[in-house]
Design a protein around this ligand. Structure first.
Ligand SMILES: [Zn+2]
Length: 85
């Protein structure tokens, strides 16, 4: 996500943990479930790769520099419901 002080050099999209990178699971079926789960929880910037089955994942964007990891970022906070005790 980011370093302990909130920075994310060289990335500019991971500061303060706004985004997270994860390695792909071993099968497209399992990875698709993960992508859809992130979408269900209102992540709006999901990026996957362009090669092999990565290109078929239901992400928002596909870039070739994401052929080795899934980028998931930016929760739409307008959709988050705060429950107060
Ligand atoms: Zn990323």
């Amino acid at each position: 996500m980011c370093f302990g002080d909130g920075t994310s050099y060289p990335s500019v999209s991971h500061n303060n943990g706004r985004s997270v990178d994860t390695r792909y699971l071993s099968s497209s079926k399992d990875e698709k479930k993960k992508v859809l789960a992130f979408k269900k929880f209102f992540f709006t910037d999901i990026i996957t790769g362009t090669s092999g089955w990565y290109a078929g994942l239901p992400s928002h964007k596909h870039f070739d520099d994401h052929n080795d990891h899934l980028h998931t970022g930016v929760i739409d906070t307008s959709k988050v419901k705060v429950i107060k005790k």
